[in-house]
Design a protein around this ligand. Structure first.
Ligand code: SF4
Length: 244
């Protein structure tokens, strides 16, 4: 069954939440002109954000992390975005030598061995490329929603990251049903893996399908304790566990 059939639902206040998300993006784009990027994970929420940026012609760059461990369907979405919206996507990859060294030292399945090794892998494949994406930027846009996990329950529309950059979360108050209602309404391209019971998609070794009744992010790093399930992109160093 498709994710649209499963999840797309209109609910009270939807149009107001869309309008508010657009206003948040417009205000951030004008405040940080030329220095703002959407760091898209290529997940359903981020596809909505990209659509809002494209639909309203907002001057916000679009960047993504190609970790070298993504599903082919996820990688293919980069080209689909460029073709659908006629917009370039900045692609940031890990440093090849660092990946080779990490795998040589720790093995291809290091992420399953310990939390430290899993975070080290995320460091090489995600955090370092993200730092390059954000290097010349004053602000970044995410698809974080409060509903995604307990750790994200207090996500504000705008906050400051540890480096002092503005972090904009225009979908903070959206529900999962809102996300899919928008995708259905606007024919937004999305990862076909969402149709295979993968609501949250990361790297292939660290993502699995979920069963009915399981929590939204239970398919990510499923072998770890709930509190550990962040890759570091959205975890404050001063308030570990806040938002992502
Ligand atoms: S999500 Fe998994 S494969 Fe991807 S960078 Fe993190 S540990 Fe490595």
């Amino acid at each position: 069954m498709s994710a649209i059939a499963l999840y797309a639902r209109a609910s009270a206040g939807f149009d107001e939440r869309v309008a508010h998300a657009v206003a948040v993006l417009q205000s951030a784009a004008s405040e940080h002109a030329g220095r703002i990027v959407q760091a898209t994970s290529l997940g359903a929420e981020d596809m909505v954000v990209t659509d809002l940026i494209a639909r309203h012609g907002l001057p916000i760059a679009i960047g993504t992390l190609e970790t070298g461990a993504l599903h082919p369907e996820t990688v293919a979405l980069i080209g689909r975005i460029e073709a659908h919206y006629q917009l370039p996507v900045e692609v940031y990859r890990p440093q090849a030598e660092a990946v080779i060294q990490f795998v040589k030292t720790n093995g291809a399945e290091a992420m399953y061995q310990s939390l430290e090794l899993r975070k080290a892998c995320c460091g090489v494949r995600k955090m370092e490329p993200l730092a390059r994406m954000l290097a010349e930027r004053n602000a970044w846009v995410t698809g974080l929603r409060r509903e995604q996990s307990n750790a994200r329950a207090i996500v504000p529309f705008s906050e400051q990251d540890d480096a002092g950059r503005a972090k904009i979360n225009p979908l903070a108050d959206w529900s999962w049903n809102d996300v899919w209602h928008y995708i259905a309404q606007h024919n937004v391209p999305y990862n076909p893996l969402h149709d295979q019971f993968m609501p949250s998609i990361g790297c292939a070794p660290c993502t699995r399908a979920i069963a009915v009744g399981e929590e939204f992010r239970s398919g990510r790093w499923w072998w770890e304790q709930e509190g550990a399930k962040e890759c570091g992109l959205h975890v404050s160093q001063t308030k570990e566990g806040t938002a992502a």
